[in-house]
Design a protein around this ligand. Structure first.
Ligand SMILES: [Zn+2]
Length: 713
């Protein structure tokens, strides 16, 4: 190939490779890349002659003119095009904002130990080309766009874009530590905000598609498209309930610390969440309920010392007591009831993870969570740091950086129970057990976390911090908290000594009465403990059982079967029943308003009594009255009341009221009285009636005979 032929090819190549090349004149005079190759063709031609010095000199001049150095001996084929020979090029589409310094070799930022001005700032709206290296302590403005293959060693604002693969944005984390050699800086791992963002998007996308699925399922399900609204302590508003997995509810409720007998406050929390679970199941959800038992804690250790026994014995004893009380109150067991001491390995794993991620630090064998590392701290209790610090307590022997930092792991003292850990022998702090056990059984994110309002801060606040720091995922979707029981307007609590144990209450009131009393107020509101209210609940429950007797008698009676009913009365009552049903569900769907729902139930009881008072009879009335009975027993099942026969109810009442007679004794008395009446011994008959009345037993003479009931209220 001849010299001129090659030059012509090179000239043509410029137009092929660079669409911006407009005219031959422009290329000939203003393209350093073309100048370089042209000079090289000449040099190479002279090199072969051979005249070594001249071509070397020309090559050097070429480098000086074009910024491109090509050795004369290099063999270059046809079609080479070198664009932009000189190092830094700022193209016509480039935008550079305020105070930007671009270094030659297209490296932005210092690579050495420079400080001060040499570290550039990329202002707003800057575009940096592909292949750029951005290093060191630079600051990136808003809306900056950085091309592919760039290395950016600093966080960039959310609204900036770094494009292309393998473009990589890395956040340099420097850990500063004071050692014997003074302050040193250690570079930590390089988390990748881009992939974290992608993960975040993915989980949000999943959540949205689940919401859509759930909404569609709900539309098709038997709940008439009715959705539940639940008050979420985290957002401080009522939200539509959408479970993570359609049709399923995962619920964790903080249980007791097994060191003492339960009081009515514990019973309220247990009953509230028992009812929430039962209602969710009534709605058709598959509920997985976890309630823990704290069996290692300062209070248990103190109690074991006081009673001169082991913590295991103390925890066992009070767990049994708790179950006995809850069984009496009709609180069902949770599906899983994990104990803290059986999950120490899981707890250590989380604590280790938090230390590794720099969210926790250890001091003398104890590990504390560093709340300054978790920017959302305070989001559940809605308090700012100053308020929280004002309420924080620090034990004398705690060496925390911040009074709000809390113990994840406690070094054990002489004679205390302990487990081996990477920080030496110790035991779990209180908060961490709930994170470990809830995540083990329900996953990193789950639907409902509940407990008494006194657990919001610090217990649940701390659970959120440690769980979300550990997993990087939202911990709980709905936080539910029940209100306190008050005595003379003060919170019933062990520390104030103004409490009634469950056993004391059950010694005076029938368990269904206690449940009815506790559910007659919305779960988030405080309940003032009052015998008057409990007596009213007793009257209400008794009214139900008297009504059941009435319905039973009515349904069994021959006259009912033979009679005929008024169509209008029947229709009106049918409307009442369906209205009560739907109002009952509306009330429960509205953040579990048991007080209102129960009001509707007792309204129905009044209405069915009124219906029976009208003297209507016939198959249709009988059918609808039995429907009422079924409805009452179904809704009673949600509150776990109304589950006895009237006879069992009276027997149970006799026990709490210390009647001192058995049902058999009373029936004997009734027979004795009947005999007296047959013998017209009115004095004796009346005496028996009065004697029983004195013991709280009321006799009722009906056509079918004499029946009895216990005086209530
Ligand atoms: Zn808890």
């Amino acid at each position: 190939m001849g010299f001129w032929h090659e030059v012509r090819r090179d000239f043509k190549t410029v137009f092929e490779m660079d669409p911006a090349a407009k005219s031959g004149l422009e290329v000939f005079f203003a393209y350093p890349g073309f100048h370089a190759i042209l000079l090289h063709r000449i040099d190479h031609f002279l090199w072969k002659i051979p005249l070594p010095l001249l071509p070397r000199l020309l090559s050097h001049i070429g480098r000086f003119l074009t910024g491109i150095e090509i050795h004369p001996a290099a063999k270059i084929g046809a079609g080479l095009f070198i664009d932009h020979g000189m190092g830094v090029v700022i193209g016509e589409t480039a935008e550079i904002g305020e105070n930007v310094t671009l270094y030659q070799g297209v490296t932005l930022g210092g690579t050495g130990k420079e400080t001060g001005k040499r570290h550039p700032t990329l202002g707003d709206n800057v575009v940096v080309g592909a292949g750029t290296k951005i290093l060191g302590a630079i600051t990136v403005g808003n809306n900056v766009k950085i091309g592919a293959n760039s290395v950016v060693l600093k966080s960039i604002p959310d609204n900036s874009i770094v494009v292309g693969v393998p473009g990589r944005v890395t956040k340099k984390k420097i850990i500063r530590m004071t050692t014997e050699e003074g302050l040193i800086e250690v570079m930590d791992n390089f988390p990748d905000p881009v992939s974290e963002k992608l993960e975040d998007f993915e989980s949000r996308l999943n959540e949205l598609s689940k919401k859509i699925d759930a909404a569609e399922k709900q539309k098709d399900s038997g709940s008439n498209g009715k959705t539940m609204k639940i008050y979420n302590t985290l957002t401080r508003k009522k939200e539509e309930f959408v479970p993570l997995v359609p049709g399923k509810v995962s619920m964790y409720v903080c249980g007791i610390t097994a060191y003492d007998i339960s009081h009515l406050g514990h019973a309220r929390s247990a009953i509230v969440f028992d009812v929430i679970k039962r209602y969710m199941r009534y709605k058709g959800f598959q509920v997985n309920h976890v309630r823990n038992i704290t069996d290692i804690d300062d209070k248990i250790i103190v109690r074991a010392k006081d009673e001169n026994t082991s913590i295991v014995k103390i925890a066992e004893k009070y767990t049994e007591e708790y179950y006995r009380d809850m069984d009496m109150l009709g609180v069902s067991r949770a599906d899983i009831e994990p104990k803290a001491t059986e999950h120490v390995n899981e707890i250590i794993d989380i604590v280790k993870g938090l230390v590794d991620k720099n969210y926790a630090y250890d001091v003398n064998g104890s590990v504390y969570f560093d709340i300054s590392r978790f920017s959302d701290y305070g989001k559940l209790s809605n308090r700012n740091l100053d308020e929280m610090i004002a309420g924080a307590r620090v034990d004398v022997d705690e060496k925390k950086k911040n009074p709000l930092d809390f113990a994840l792991w406690k070094a054990s003292r002489e004679g205390e129970p302990s487990w081996e850990s990477p920080w030496g022998p110790g035991r779990p702090g209180w908060h961490i057990e709930c994170s470990a056990m809830s995540m083990k059984y329900l996953g990193k994110s789950f639907d409902i976390h509940g407990g008494g309002a006194d657990l919001i801060f610090p217990h649940h606040e701390n659970e959120i911090a440690q769980s979300e720091a550990f997993t990087g995922k939202p911990f709980v979707r709905y936080w539910l908290h029940n209100g306190f029981i008050t005595v003379d307007k003060e919170k019933m609590s062990k520390s104030l000594g103004n409490f009634f144990t469950v056993k004391e209450i059950l010694g005076k009131y029938e368990p269904e009465v206690v449940r009815c009393f506790l559910l007659s107020t919305h779960y988030r509101s405080p309940i003032e403990f009052s015998d008057v209210q409990l007596n009213e609940s007793e009257i209400s429950i008794d009214r139900y059982y008297s009504t059941i007797i009435r319905i039973r008698d009515f349904a069994d009676s021959k006259e009912t079967a033979e009679g005929d009913s008024d169509a209008e009365v029947l229709e009106e009552f049918e409307n009442t029943l369906s209205s009560v049903k739907s109002r009952f569900e509306d009330a429960m769907d509205d953040d579990f308003n048991t007080a209102l729902a129960m009001g509707h139930i007792f309204e129905l009881i009044r209405e069915v009594n009124k219906l029976l008072d009208t003297g209507q009879s016939g198959g249709k009335i009988r059918k609808i009255v039995l429907k009422v009975k079924d409805f009452l027993s179904e809704t009673g099942g949600i509150f776990n009341i109304f589950h006895k026969t009237p006879e069992e109810w009276y027997e149970s009442l006799m026990k709490v009221k210390n009647v001192g007679l058995t049902a058999q004794d009373i029936n004997d008395k009734i027979i004795e009285r009947q005999t007296a009446r047959l013998e017209k011994d009115w004095g004796l008959a009346d005496g028996i009636r009065k004697e029983l009345e004195g013991k709280g037993i009321i006799l009722e003479d009906k056509q079918s005979g004499t029946s009895w009931k216990i005086k209530v209220g």
